[in-house]
Write a protein that binds this ligand. Structure first.
Ligand code: L3W
Ligand code: SF4
Length: 435
């Protein structure tokens, strides 16, 4: 089973102080940058296109194609912005990556900036993550001292300034245009698209916004080749990725594997479902393939290949590969309520369907969770979701409906049963679990 893993991003996570430049360089770090600086920028863009790399932030948009949308260089500023505002419930891959190997991200930033002709790059970090902020600042400083960042990078004539910016801790600032508004010093709210950031982004200049893991994957494409990357994964979902397995499994953690691996295989790697405190075998009840914004899966989906197409065909999304596993002790109503409270709290308020809709979803779910739900309440939930989905200004509103509609689809009876005993009442030792 272990040979299913393809540690690339996580290859040195167990090394001694892997976050230092010394350890990173001792393991081949920054060699890809030297190779890249010897290539024409256009050839780098072509290599990323050929690799098939698709955005690792949830949507899976082809990275090379996005880079190719930038208008021809007119000598005026253009920017690379790394979206490090990881806040999706269950999503926890970029944070360990930045903590363990911040230089991998910095190297990816320098190569990608060179490829798209940007002389200034921003890493927009989730506000609460002070420890990650410090580590990134230290890595950028170390890179500057070694000549990887700054004026005339490694004597190539290419100049790059890298700014690490900590946001204020709002989920909506992970939406790329809200992020840009926030970076400009305004309240983070999504902008109308088009124009897409590639055409008019930060300060209305062409801007590429990519997720941390996407940018951190670029050095491996340069050093090992686009064909190597394209040979991993599936035909349309190439390469590898971090699969974050959390919840009621024996060994939660990050499992780096080719896209297309199944949850059954990952579950085996994670030691299977953990037993209940009284020794009863834990059974999988439901799981999220890509965070709480992706429709729930159940045990019947264990063999769905975790790639962009197969998850979509099976009724969900690959999203951020945040695999939250829940056993039979979990009240699905309670889980869905928690997520919905999150969306209502994080709704930026710009559009009515999401601002008002998420509020009302919480009210109805609280009634159901209190055991006072009726058939009519479940219909109201679905009707409200129907009025949010596709009618909201950004993906937050749509995402808020996913756990509800999918939970009702698979567990409608539970919404009406009136018994939502939390796990810690059934099993006192479970108090530490989230639900
Ligand atoms: C130029 C075009 N660029 C699309 C670009 C666009 C963006 C990227 C994807 O949502 C998903 C969401 C959550 N010309 C373009 C173009 N682009 N057409 O491609 O765009 P889009 O609109 O498909 O998605 P999005 O708004 O970026 C992201 C899902 O991710 N998700 C949430 C993740 C949350 C985090 C977090 O907390 N940090 O990552 C989880 O699954 O539901 O579907 O760059 O500009 N014609
Ligand atoms: Fe704001 Fe929600 Fe509308 Fe997005 S969908 S713009 S988060 S109110």
């Amino acid at each position: 089973m272990v040979d299913m893993l393809t540690p690339v991003l996580s290859a040195t996570w167990d090394a001694d102080r892997p976050w230092t430049r010394r350890t990173y360089e001792a393991n081949g770090g920054y060699a890809a940058l030297r190779t890249a600086l010897g290539m024409a920028p256009g050839d780098l863009v072509d290599a990323v296109k050929k690799s098939g790399l698709r955005g690792r932030g949830g949507a899976g948009f082809p990275t090379g194609m996005k880079w190719g949308f930038l208008p021809p260089d007119d000598g005026k500023p253009r920017y690379l912005v790394v979206n490090a505002d990881e806040s999706e419930p269950g999503t926890c891959k970029d944070t360990p990556l930045m903590l363990a190997t911040p230089h991998l991200l910095v190297e990816g930033v320098v190569i990608s900036s060179y490829a798209i002709g940007a002389n200034r790059a921003f890493i927009y970090l989730r506000g609460e993550e002070l420890h990650v902020y410090r580590r990134l600042l230290q890595a950028v400083e170390e890179a500057r001292e070694a000549g990887y960042v700054g004026t005339d990078v490694l004597g190539s004539g290419f100049d790059l300034d890298v700014v690490v910016h900590a946001g204020a801790g709002a989920y909506i600032c992970g939406e790329e245009t809200a992020l840009l508004d926030s970076l400009e010093g305004r309240r983070g709210q999504p902008r109308l698209k088009p124009p897409f950031p590639a055409v008019a982004g930060l300060y209305a200049r062409p801007t590429v916004v990519n997720n941390v893991e996407s940018i951190a994957s670029v050095p491996s494409i340069v050093s090992k080749g686009a064909d190597w990357f394209a040979g991993l994964g599936t035909e349309k979902s190439t390469g590898y990725g971090l699969f974050s397995v959390s919840g009621h499994v024996k060994h939660p953690g990050q499992y780096e594997a080719p896209l297309g691996i199944t949850m059954r295989q990952l579950l085996e790697l994670a030691g299977g479902m953990r037993d209940l405190p009284d020794g009863t075998p834990g059974e999988l009840k439901f799981w999220t393939p890509g965070g709480s914004s992706t429709p729930l899966f159940t045990a019947e989906h264990l063999d769905v290949p975790l790639d962009f197409e197969s998850t979509m065909q099976a009724g969900s999304m690959l999203g951020t590969r945040a695999l939250q596993m829940f056993d039979q002790t979990t009240s699905v109503v309670r889980a869905v309520l928690r997520w919905t409270e999150f969306y209502a709290h994080e709704s930026c308020g710009k559009c009515t369907p999401c601002r008002e809709g998420t509020y009302w979803l919480v009210q109805v779910l609280r009634r159901i969770e209190a055991g006072k739900g009726t058939e009519e309440d479940v219909d109201t939930l679905l009707d409200t979701c129907d009025n949010i989905l596709g009618r909201s200004f950004c993906a937050l509103g749509d995402g808020a409906t996913s756990p509800i509609t999918s939970a009702v689809k698979y567990f409608r009876d539970e919404f009406l049963s009136g018994t939502h005993t939390p796990a810690w009442e059934l099993f006192p030792y479970e108090r530490s679990s989230v639900f």
